[in-house]
Design a protein around this ligand. Structure first.
Ligand code: ZN
Ligand code: ZN
Length: 130
C-alpha cells in the first residue's frame, strides 16, 4: 500500500471544481490537450489502445500552465482505473491521518516522521488483518 507523503489537504476531487471544468472548455486547454496527444502518438500510455483517449493530469499543481510531464494520455478504461487508484490512495492517507491523530494527537505530522507513521500504520493494519 502506497501512502502519499504529507497530510491530505487538497480538496478530494479537484478535477471537479468549477474552475477546472471551465478550464477544460477553454482554447488553452484544447491546445495543451492536442500537444499531449501528439507527444503520446495518440496511444494510451498504459495499454497502447488508440480508442477513446483522455488526457489525464498526473499533477494539478500547474493547472493552466502544465508541463509535458504533468499530463499523460490514457484510454477511457485506464483513466477510470487511474482515478480509482488515486481515490484509494487519498482514502489511505485519510485513514493514516485518523489513526496517527488518535495515537500522537492532532498535530502528529509536525513531530512524527511520516515514513515512520506509515510503517507503523501498515504494521497495525496487518496485525488486524485488513
Ligand atoms: Zn484524469
Ligand atoms: Zn489504456
Amino acid at each position: 500500500m502506497a501512502i502519499p507523503l504529507g497530510r491530505p489537504s487538497t480538496p478530494p476531487k479537484p478535477w471537479l471544481t468549477d474552475n477546472y471544468r471551465r478550464y477544460l472548455e477553454s482554447d488553452e486547454w484544447r491546445a495543451v490537450r492536442s500537444g499531449a496527444l501528439e507527444r503520446a502518438r495518440h496511444r494510451c500510455a498504459r495499454c497502447g489502445s488508440t480508442d477513446d483517449l483522455h488526457v489525464h493530469h498526473v499533477s494539478y499543481t500547474r493547472l493552466g500552465y502544465e508541463r509535458p510531464d504533468d499530463l499523460t494520455v490514457l484510454c477511457a478504461a485506464c483513466h477510470e482505473l487511474e482515478h480509482r487508484r488515486r481515490d484509494r490512495e487519498r482514502l489511505d492517507a485519510r485513514r493514516l491521518d485518523g489513526w496517527a491523530s488518535k495515537r500522537w494527537g492532532e498535530n502528529w505530522a509536525s513531530y512524527v516522521d511520516i515514513e515512520r507513521a506509515s510503517v507503523e500504520f501498515e504494521d497495525w493494519l496487518e496485525r488486524r488483518g485488513d
